[in-house]
Design a binder for this molecule. Structure first.
Ligand code: MEV
Length: 438
């Protein structure tokens, strides 16, 4: 039975593991598992991992893979992916090869604007607040000069600060809606530091504003925080080819193209399908985001908000057939960084970026959008032709065999056997038992 614990964070890692072993599990091998099997033998590397978060007791591994042969804007990339789900990397690689033979992917960054807001309450004359804000703007910029200095030297910084009146929605609610350019950094720390300084300056200046009544002087700052909704930090990726070049084993090219367009049209109007459709897109996007040390929760939140921007949840990808040309594209908001954060701290993140030829944040946006598009293309291609299970269960076969404790030689025989037989949990169990009884 788990019991409350005092001062857990102050315990050493070994003591924390002891506490887990004594209170949370009956597994006698837990200490070995945490302290030996998943602990990095290099103390330097282990220390880095320990310090990423609090209360670290071990490392949690995900497979780190590479999907090669992505031709993006005429440059060839091998894309690193960190993901637990079988089939995703295989599907990405297959889509990469497919489009390599058809001209590759084209990608462009539409915008790189990041957003942050100071949310505050003002009860009084809105016109006076607007006048006060017009005077305040230079002071806001001045008060953040030491934070923005380096970013400005590189061409980034604060782009705009706007006063927004939302008091019709929440009594007294106003905001400073601010936009930023953070170049190769994701920019969360930069943006939040600027916003907290804006909030301080706003409150201070309001408290001495002669135009304000004492009630108006008392601006109440509720919070200052960046927004993960970044519709203007947008990237577009695309593939296209003549319909006749879409040769499939199972379908004539024109029927295949038509079915692909129909699959996208369905995801545009049917939220139940759109969520799964976009989940497939995110299989590709999240895997690269994780491998490159970016914040997948931020990207997930922003992408799904973007998918709902018309008021109903819809597809992130689009498809058309015009004048005999099949076109398939994606538009996604992606606030990414290739400097700062984990990028120089996590050895595998560093390697992932090196494998990607040390991209700028803009290049990484293009690569990640392509990974999402490729994943969606591969999923739809399976869905409208053979069905998803054929490929999926084949990939899942090894997981099942591992779970059933099959030996290497049994796995080899069964992979061969299931090349021509349907993979189900029952059929795999039966085939394994048959081999084992021989
Ligand atoms: C599975 O992880 C993803 C798919 O369901 C995506 C889709 O249905 O488009 C195959």
């Amino acid at each position: 039975m788990n019991t409350p614990v005092e001062g857990f964070s102050k315990l050493s890692k070994e003591e924390k593991i002891d506490w887990i072993a004594n209170n949370c599990t009956k597994d006698p091998k837990v200490t070995k598992l945490l302290l030996e099997q998943y602990w990095n033998p290099d103390p330097e590397i282990q220390k880095k991992h320990d310090e990423f978060i609090e209360n670290t007791i071990s490392n949690y591994y995900l497979p780190f893979a590479v999907a090669p042969n992505f031709l993006i804007n005429d440059k060839l990339y091998a894309i690193p992916m960190a993901i637990e789900e079988s089939s995703v990397v295989a599907a990405a690689s297959k889509a990469a090869k497919y489009w390599l033979q058809r001209g590759g992917f084209k990608a462009e960054v539409v915008g790189t604007e990041k957003v942050g807001q100071v949310h505050f309450m003002f009860h009084g004359d809105t016109k006076k607040l607007q006048r006060f804000f017009d005077d305040l703007k230079p002071s806001l910029l001045e008060s953040t000069a030491s934070i923005t200095k380096n970013m400005e030297k590189r061409g980034g910084g604060i782009k705009n600060i706007e006063l927004r009146d939302l008091s019709d929605k929440v009594k007294g609610y106003h905001q400073l809606h601010c936009t930023f350019e953070t170049l190769d950094a994701m920019g969360a720390n930069f943006i939040n530091s600027c916003l907290e300084q804006f909030a301080k300056t706003l409150k201070e200046k309001a408290s001495t504003c002669e135009d304000f009544t004492s009630k108006e002087k008392d601006i109440e700052v509720v919070m200052s925080i960046l927004s993960n909704y970044v519709p203007n930090c947008l990237v577009r990726a695309e593939v296209s080819c003549p319909v006749s070049a879409l040769d499939e084993d199972d379908l004539p090219a024109d029927v295949f193209a038509e079915k692909m367009v129909q699959a996208v049209e369905i995801a545009k109007v049917e939220p139940y399908r759109a969520v799964t459709h976009n989940k497939g897109v995110m299989n590709g996007i999240d895997a690269v985001i994780l491998a490159t040390g970016n914040d997948f929760r931020a990207v997930e939140a922003g992408v799904h908000a973007y998918a709902s921007k018309q008021g109903s949840y819809s597809s992130l990808t689009h498809a058309s057939i015009e004048d005999g040309v099949f076109k398939f594209w994606i538009e996604v908001p992606l606030a990414l960084g290739t400097v700062g954060g984990l990028t120089s701290l996590h050895p595998l993140v560093k390697l992932a970026l090196e494998i990607l030829q040390n991209p700028s944040a803009k290049e990484l946006m293009q690569i990640v959008a392509v990974a999402g598009l490729a994943q969606n293309f591969a999923a739809l291609r399976s869905l409208v032709t053979t069905g998803i299970q054929k490929g999926h269960m084949k990939m899942h076969l090894l997981n099942m065999l591992n779970q059933m404790g099959a030996t290497e030689s049994e796995k080899k025989q069964l992979v061969q056997y299931f090349k021509n037989n349907t993979v189900t949990n029952a059929s795999v169990k039966e085939a394994l038992q048959k081999i084992q009884s021989q």
